[in-house]
Write a protein that binds this ligand. Structure first.
Ligand SMILES: Nc1ncnc2c1ncn2[C@@H]1O[C@H](COP(=O)(O)OP(=O)(O)O)[C@@H](O)[C@H]1O
Ligand SMILES: [Mg+2]
Length: 287
């Protein structure tokens, strides 16, 4: 992997821009494909920070490509197998190399398919208050970071830009997307998590929780899209040092101590560098 450029925002002139997300810029390739470019933007608490993390887009893309391939026997993914370099102009190659995917344009299912194997984040907060996580009752006596008796599926709505995702129970998910599809998504997410967390452990990494996104292709086939099992979409811990994060937790902690959540802030160089090291370490351990 070569990390030569830092990219905060893309500017392709040869393709129409579809959407700028918090991290990815999506361009239309005809009407059935998307060029998804992972920039170096980083968000926390659903807000994009003013400073990029150099090389982050490449790390996310390399990890997602690794997992798509590793888990394709469980669920088809959105990759077309074509090189992103093949659809841009020569002067745009620097913006896609190593950090882009050429994918099938799917009909997104408006649900964040979250699976939790350990008690952390908002799950830990809810458990302390009510003994449940997203409405799922858990045994008493669990501690922060405890492994759950078995992984649980805790869906959330996919919020519009500027809004926060909202946890929903399974019955609400069934009403939103239909019962059949809700069952398919839950089963796929749990299977993907089981296989991924088992593999990650052989690399010394705990996948404490993670979020998948799914879409439907033209034939109605459920397909995993977006990114998969990256430090942006997952809580990753070093297995032998259970709380040592390999994700954006250091950024969340810094923001909690130094800013009001939800504000766009400039990050000190020490924070940028520590996230850079953390993300690189996640890539090196897993891929
Ligand atoms: N294959 C696909 N087809 C259609 N939309 C997709 C596909 N893969 C990912 N997306 C969407 O592209 C966007 C990726 O950009 P991202 O920066 O992650 O956005 P967000 O701010 O919503 O997290 C997301 O809205 C995601 O749902
Ligand atoms: Mg996203």
């Amino acid at each position: 992997m070569t990390t030569t450029t830092t990219l905060f925002e893309t500017s392709l002139h040869s393709l129409p821009l579809l959407h700028r997300g918090k991290v990815r810029d999506n361009y239309a390739v005809g009407d059935d494909r998307i060029l998804m470019i992972a920039t170096d933007r980083i968000s926390a608490f659903d807000v994009v920070m003013a400073d990029p993390i150099p090389g982050k887009g490449e790390i996310l893309t390399q990890m997602a490509l690794f997992w798509f391939k590793k888990l394709e026997h469980i669920m088809p993914n959105h990759l077309t197998g074509e090189a992103p370099e093949s659809v841009v102009a020569p002067d745009e190659l620097d913006q896609v190399r190593g950090r882009a995917m050429l994918v099938k344009r799917l009909k997104p299912i408006p649900i964040e398919a979250v699976v939790r194997g350990y008690l952390a984040g908002s799950g830990w907060k809810e458990y302390q208050a009510t003994g449940t996580v997203c409405g799922v009752a858990l045994p008493p006596g669990l501690e922060k970071g405890s492994r759950l008796p078995e992984p649980i599926f805790t869906p959330a709505t996919k919020a519009e830009a500027g809004e926060h995702d909202e946890n929903i129970d399974f019955a609400t998910m069934e009403r939103t997307i239909g019962s059949d599809l809700a069952h398919q998504v839950r089963s796929a997410a749990l299977q993907l998590y089981a296989a991924a967390s088992e593999y990650a452990l052989t690399r010394g990494v705990i996948v404490a929780d993670t979020k998948f996104e799914f879409g439907l292709d033209l034939s109605g086939q459920l397909t995993v899209m977006d990114e998969m099992l990256t430090p942006d979409s997952s809580r990753l811990w070093v297995a032998i040092e259970k709380y040592k994060p390999l994700d954006k937790q250091p950024l969340r902690d810094w923001l909690t101590n130094n800013s009001q959540p939800g504000r766009v802030v400039r990050l000190p160089l020490t924070v940028v560098e520590s996230i850079e090291v953390t993300y690189k370490s996640a890539l090196l351990r897993i891929v």
